[in-house]
Design a protein around this ligand. Structure first.
Ligand code: GCO
Ligand code: MG
Length: 456
């Protein structure tokens, strides 16, 4: 309800509906071209957009950062020359949120103000190369915020939910997985059963988070005073032996039907990965996630050839082109893009469509460090693409829903967006400002037995 009232007050669109497109253009043509004087620089001719109406141009671009539930979230708000018409987009890089805010506020207004909101691809391509050096996590997140906001505006101007512009629904709702954890396999099995009882068909199982750190004894480097007390220690051996037992216990307790996922989080040596996956095959995992670090991708064909376990890969990829070869060689079965890390909806659609030709399906990254705007964006894509796999989901608490009105709903393991125009999610700036971001988003310092850094 929130979105419909807000956006339907615009005289422009009602006038168009009343008069029908053609008539309006002839009436409004010359007058409105003057509507956005600041949009036109001296050497630019007046531009006419769809249906002969003057273009709606970008009036302002700004970052809104907030941390209402423990994760730094950043969204971009794009306001337009049409009063009350604006869009929001996710630009969340939680570990370096402040730098993304600077990139947005210091570089985007000058680049975007006055430009036609309709030309999403042109704005993506031009901002993408505007820094000459490109494809880093900071600038791609900033670009994603702009890009998602423009798609939001496009949907509002068309008065349609975004998935309609992407081709409509290919399924009735978005199947999601829940996260079951626990100190022991029995505890994880009990939590898995709980999610199954709530209606989830897919459950990701972890024993003590990533790398099962609680299984590790006190490492020698701590006694040697090496590293910091806050550094984590992972015993790879304990982990590689524990995960097959975890799957065995959960399968015995919860049955064969539930789809079980696991995230190795790039923490295991390639050879250990092969051995562990071979021992997991009998438990029919739905996917094993990020089995290799981005630095070890050249070993994927070897891993792939050694086991039948399905793989999901890529939340750490920033460059959308990084997916091309591996998808074309079918080295993995699910692409795990963090949509804002690769630059937003526009590149995500391209990765998804590429995947269809090689039967590689989606598994967009969707933890707590994706804002509800970002969750909605990938939900719209999930509804429209054919090669949908499964969607990572989180439970949004009431405060998050207040800060982000229109946040997608999770029911019986399905995610539902609301049918409002655009992305369907807004941000309450006043409330968001009450929860400032911080820069202690985890140091990710993980060490092996002798203190050697493990890439997390
Ligand atoms: C996942 C991810 C996350 C990341 C986190 C980093 O599969 O959901 O691995 O949990 O660790 O997004 O900030
Ligand atoms: Mg992951």
């Amino acid at each position: 309800m929130h979105n419909k009232n807000l956006y339907m007050t615009h005289n422009r669109r009602e006038l168009i509906k009343m008069l029908g497109l053609g008539g309006a253009a002839s009436i409004l043509g010359p007058v409105t071209a003057k509507a956005a004087p600041e949009a036109r620089r001296s050497h630019e001719l007046p531009r006419m957009s769809t249906g002969g109406l003057p273009p709606v141009t970008i009036r302002s671009v700004k970052a809104i950062a907030t941390n209402p539930a423990g994760a730094n979230l950043v969204v971009v708000k794009v306001e337009t020359s049409e009063p009350g018409l604006y869009g929001v987009g996710c630009a969340t890089f939680t570990q370096r949120a402040e730098v993304v805010v600077t990139a947005i506020n210091n570089y985007m207004p000058d680049f975007c103000v006055g430009k036609d909101v309709d030309n999403i691809e042109d704005l993506w391509q031009s901002f993408f190369v505007s820094s000459y050096w490109r494809n880093g996590p900071v600038l791609n997140n900033a670009l994603s915020g702009l890009n998602q906001a423009l798609w939001d505006i496009k949907g509002k101007r068309a008065n349609m939910p975004l998935y309609q512009l992407l081709g409509g629904k290919a399924r009735f709702a978005v199947d999601c997985y829940a996260h079951a954890d626990g100190k022991t396999p029995e505890e994880v099995a009990a939590n898995t059963q709980k999610y199954m009882d709530e209606g989830f068909r897919y459950v990701r199982i972890q024993q003590g988070g990533y790398g099962s750190l609680q299984l590790a004894k006190r490492p020698d480097w701590r006694d040697a005073g090496f590293g910091r007390p806050t550094d984590d220690f992972m015993d790879r051996h304990a982990y590689v032996l524990a995960i097959p037992k975890l799957f065995e216990t959960v399968r015995k307790a919860c049955g064969q039907e539930v789809e079980l996922l696991h995230d190795t989080h790039e923490r295991v040596q390639p050879q250990d990965m092969i051995n562990m996956c071979k021992r997991l095959e009998e438990f029919d995992p739905y996917w094993i996630e990020d089995p290799l670090t981005p630095e070890n991708m050249h070993l994927f064909p070897q891993l792939r050839a050694a086991t039948t376990v399905p793989f999901a890969m890529g939340e750490l990829f920033n460059n959308p082109n990084e997916f091309v070869d591996y998808i074309a060689h079918r080295d993995f079965d699910y692409f795990r893009c963090h949509v804002s890390q690769i630059g937003g909806i526009t590149p995500a659609l391209k990765v998804a469509h590429l995947g269809e030709f090689f039967n590689v399906r989606s598994g967009w990254h969707g933890p707590g460090d994706v804002s509800p705007v970002g969750h909605a964006a990938q939900c719209h894509i999930d509804l429209a693409i054919w090669n949908f796999g499964v969607q990572e989901s989180i439970f949004f608490n009431d405060l998050i829903k207040e800060v982000f009105p229109g946040t997608p709903e999770l029911k019986k393991g399905y995610m539902y967006i609301n049918e409002a125009p655009g992305l369907g999610v807004d941000i309450n700036e006043k409330l968001a400002a009450k929860y400032p971001i911080n820069n202690n988003a985890g140091k990710w310092t993980l060490r092996g037995r002798d203190g050697t850094i493990i890439r997390p």
